[in-house]
Structure formats: C-alpha cells, structure tokens
Write a protein that binds this ligand. Sequence first.
Ligand code: HEM
Length: 464
Amino acid sequence: VTVAVHTFEELAEPPTLKPPERALSTFRFFVAMVRNPITVWPKEVCEAPIFLQEVAGKTIAFVMHPDLLKVVFDPASEVFAKNPLEDRLYRPLMGDGILTSQGELWRGQRRAAAPLFRPSALICQVPNMVAAADRTIGKWREAGPESIQLIDPAMMRATFEVVSQALLPDDGNFAMGDIERWTTEYLAGSSWDIVYAMLKLPRWMPHPRRRRALAAARNIRSALGQLIERRLREPTARDDLLGRLLAAPDPTSGCPMASHRILDNVITFLIAGHETTYSTLTWAIYLLARSPEWQRKLRDEANAVTLGRPVTYEHLDKLLVCRQVLKEAMRLYPPAPILSRVCTNRVELGGRHFAPGTMFFVPIYAIHRHRRLWADPDAFDPSRFDEANEAAHSRYAFMPWGAGPRVCIGAAFSMMEATVILTTLAQNAWFSLTTDPEPSPLARITLRPKEAIRLNVKFADRAA
Ligand code: HEM
C-alpha cells in the first residue's frame, strides 16, 4: 500500500490547463485541436464575452456571455442549428438518432423518447444504480481493507452497467469489455474528424485513426443490432427502456419508431449515457480525494440520510451535499467540454455580423472557469451550488447538459445515477491521493483524465 503523501493544505487548485496568451496560428490551432481540443482557445476566451478567430481563412466565434448564449440556444430561433461537423463525428456510430438528427426527424424522436427520461419514469432504476455501485465496492473489497484502485475503469464499468441494464436488462453487460474498447477506439479518431470537417475535407479522406474508428463503429452497431433484432423477433412484456422505446409512438404522427432508428437511439443512449456520467464520477471522486473536508461532509450526509441502508428514490432530494459536489465537479471538468452550432442565415451577435455557415463554438470548459462569471474560478468549492449561492448564477454560466431545445434528454437520469453511486461509495469507502502526478483533462468528445486516476481506497470501518 502506498501511503498518500499530499495533504489538502499542500495542494493548490485542482489541475487545469493554462490557455495560450494569444490566438494560435491556423497550423498550431489544428495541431492543438488534434491533440486536445480544449487547448485551442487563448486566455481571452476565459475573460471576454465573445472571441473571434480566423482559422484557414474563415471566422469562427467562441461565445461565452450569458446574454449571447441565450440567443444561440433560444428555442424560437431558426438561425442557430447543430454544426454539420457533429454529423460527421457521430453519424457512423449513432446514425440518425436523437443526438444527430435535425428538423422533423429529430422532433418526432425527441417527443417519443422524452417520457422515458422523466424522473417519475426513472424511479425503478435506483436499485440498478445501487447494485452497480455495490459491485464496484465488492471488487475493491476483495483487495483488502485498504488498496490502490484505478478509478476510471471502475466508474466506466459501473456507469455502463447502469445504462445497459436500464436499456436491455436481460442482455445487460453483454460484450461490455468489447463495447468499451470499441468506444474508446471510435472516440480516439474524433479530433481528426473535427479538424477535417473544419477544413471541409471530403468525408472519405483517410486520417490516421479513421479505419479503426469506422471498424469500431461497425462492430458496436452489429453487436447491438443483433440484440435488438432478437427482441423484435421474441417480444417480451419486460419493462425496460428498449421495450418502452419500441412501444413509444411519436405523439403527433402516432407512428412507432422504425427498427433502424431504435438501433441508432439505443447506441446513442448507451454511449452518451455512460461516457458522460463516468467522467462526472471519476472527476468528482478525484476532487474528493483532494478535499477531505468535503469528503467528510459527503460521508456524514450519506450516513445521516440513509442510516447506512441502500439509497432509495426518497433519499435523493435530501442528498444536497452530494449534488453540490457533483455540480462543482461538472463545473471544473464538464463531461461535454465544447458544443458547437452554425448560423443558417446572416446573423448579428454581440454587435458583430456573421455570414451564413459561420461556426460558433460554445466552450463550456472555459465558460465554467470564466473570470467574469465565477469568483476564484479554478478552485474546488461545492458551496457555489448551495441553495443561496446557486440562485445567483446565470443559467448560462453553468451548462454541463447544454441548453435550449437540444438540452440533454438524460440530465435527470445522469444526476440520479451519479448521486446514487457517489452516495453509496461514500457510505463505504474513503478515498485519498497516492504519489501519482496530477491527472490532466483531455477532450475526446467527453472530458477524460489523460492519465488514469489511481487512488487509495479504504473501507468505512477503517476510514478516518
Ligand atoms: C453527466 C451526464 C451527462 C452530461 C454532462 C450530458 C451532456 C449533454 C449535452 C451537453 C448535450 C447537448 C449537446 C448539444 O447541445 O450539442 C446532451 C445531449 C444529449 N444527451 Fe446527454 N449528457 C449526460 C448524460 C446523458 C444520459 C445519461 C443520456 C441517456 C441515457 C444522455 C443522452 C443524450 C441525448 C440523446 C442527447 C441529444 C438530445 C437532443 O439532441 O435532443 N445524456 N448531453
């Protein structure tokens, strides 16, 4: 067992990336984009309301000010649409599902799936979330009362188990290792796709990760396609998300979703659902290991609310410290660190005029650490999200789930899942740092720690 060497007092702010002083040249912009897309913007993006940059002869805009973001995400606006760049990024894997489609096709799918994600429809998922956390604890306990554990794969596994059990309980955990590996291979090519799309290079043009990424997408689609086909051949009365999706008609047209669309959406929910919640939990646990003060508050709350019993739906509203910790983790390390849009018509924003087709980036990572929106922005302080303080923030200063009509459909699901898992872990385990260097954030569509996070895990009977 390696003994933790850092103390809370010794540690400065949690890891962040220092942005370049000035805008990068086009070449350096694209190199940085491939390496880590959250390193492309200059310091000004964390200080200004809007920032324009010339890249390969085109203007791109970074939008940070809440008033401007309100315009970009206005549900009534016909001007700002999803960036076609995303279509290129996600379509090989997610087809024409809710995340990727536009217009009526999107509206119908969103309307049909929305009732599945209401909190009242998710109550039955709580035991499934507790069970995933319990399995994690069980595995860690096998290593003894105190051990060093890799947090990322454990959280990846737990969140994958939750979403796959919710979608396809009988087949849940099918080929989980394969799906995880293929997803990582797929995402590894994402930065190349973004750069190629920005350069308007044709879709067929190869890049160093393209072949493996496309093969990974084909493998995922084929593995899940077989499961769905089986379910269509052998219908069951089981009440799971897949069954509800199969039964859900578009409320306007009354038509059920076609089977290939079901596949698109099952993949979308599986990938969008676990990659993001895994990221939230991994960073939250790491931040707690750096902050014994908050970890103690969390553990005390978990014990006081649940009395040591499994978390239930009724506990959720009372787990306030846990929600504050999770939100602060998502502020510092937003699972979706960059969103993007294009304007379909000429538009004026922040006193500037933009031609149709201009790309707008919403750098959530920078907005969440913006000098004018947050006091002491790089510090970990969950009390920013207590009742009194939370109301003081603009809706657009904290937007891990996005905003507007395309806001995350799984926001309630993810918050419920992260709260249940983190509380269950806090009931049992105490996390502290090892001698490892600090992890740094790396954007691969979602924000992952570049280096795996290893922590010392001690069980509650021996906790400090
Ligand atoms: C902490 C966890 C999560 C975060 C931070 C997150 C973040 C986001 C964000 C930022 C968007 C909007 C993208 C945009 O505007 O371009 C989004 C959309 C979406 N998310 Fe999540 N997500 C999370 C969990 C989930 C879960 C659990 C599911 C499903 C099981 C899910 C499914 C989706 C889908 C389907 C969309 C597309 C919605 C649409 O376009 O209408 N997400 N998510």
